[in-house]
Write a protein that binds this ligand. Structure first.
Ligand SMILES: Cc1cc2nc3c(=O)[nH]c(=O)nc-3n(C[C@H](O)[C@H](O)[C@H](O)COP(=O)(O)O)c2cc1C
Length: 207
């Protein structure tokens, strides 16, 4: 499968290998049509029973970005202080996270909903169903990250919403049934990254 990027054709293999988590962005807006294509890529991920448990909240307004990053930063500051972390370390970490969110041209909060998933009376099957919803939603995120990269965008998965689901729901006025899983930060890249992977042989057994 071939994709066109800035005049060159990139194969799926090249896109998979060259995608990196990008955390610094240019001050350049992303067209709505581009964001629509990313969301379309996301929803074509496979999902358990094809129930599509994913939900997305797209945040492009400066005020909304500020509101979310302020609320999350304040909570993180409180949590780290309670852990007894060094105040300088806290200030540094929280500031970095805040800048990352506010400097992104767009944020996509990815949540899952169990509304369409099967219900079971026992804990084991209920937990398995929950895991399937998490797995399906993660696949949608991966599609989104690859699609962003193929559009020339940088993106990074932030796990922070997992730790403050209620706060995120409140700030973004999301339904109670939405369980925040990740925040994808998006923007035209202002950095290049190189990452390694452990050798395949260290992760695979063949039988
Ligand atoms: C479930 C998950 C949670 C992540 N959470 C964060 C995060 O909170 N902050 C961050 O900077 N990167 C986060 N990342 C990005 C990883 O750090 C990154 O994917 C990893 O270091 C490999 O780098 P690469 O994506 O450039 O290949 C997360 C990735 C995943 C899949």
């Amino acid at each position: 499968m071939d994709f066109e990027q800035e005049g060159s054709i990139q194969t799926l293999e090249e896109i998979i290998h060259s995608r990196r988590s990008i955390r610094r962005y240019q001050q350049r807006a992303i067209d709505k049509s581009t964001l629509d294509r990313l969301l379309d890529a996301a929803i074509w991920a496979p999902s358990a029973h094809n129930r599509q448990p994913w939900r997305f909240c797209v945040i492009t307004g400066e005020e909304a970005k500020d509101r979310l990053s302020n609320a999350m930063s304040e909570q993180w500051h409180r949590d780290l202080s309670q852990d007894g972390a060094d105040p300088e370390f806290i200030a540094r970490r929280v500031a970095i996270s805040r800048v990352r969110m506010t400097s992104a041209a767009a944020l996509i909060l990815v949540a899952l909903s169990m509304e369409e998933m099967d219900r079971y009376p026992d804990e084991v099957r209920s937990q398995a169903e929950w895991t399937m919803a998490v797995q399906s939603t993660a696949l949608a995120c991966q599609n989104l990250l690859l699609a962003a990269h193929s559009e020339g965008l940088g993106a990074c998965w932030m796990c922070a919403p997992l730790f403050v689901p209620e706060l995120v729901r409140n700030v973004l006025e999301l339904p109670q049934s939405w369980h925040p899983q990740a925040l994808i930060t998006l923007g035209y890249p202002a950095e290049e990254k190189i990452k390694d992977r452990s050798p395949i042989a260290s992760k695979v057994v063949w039988r």
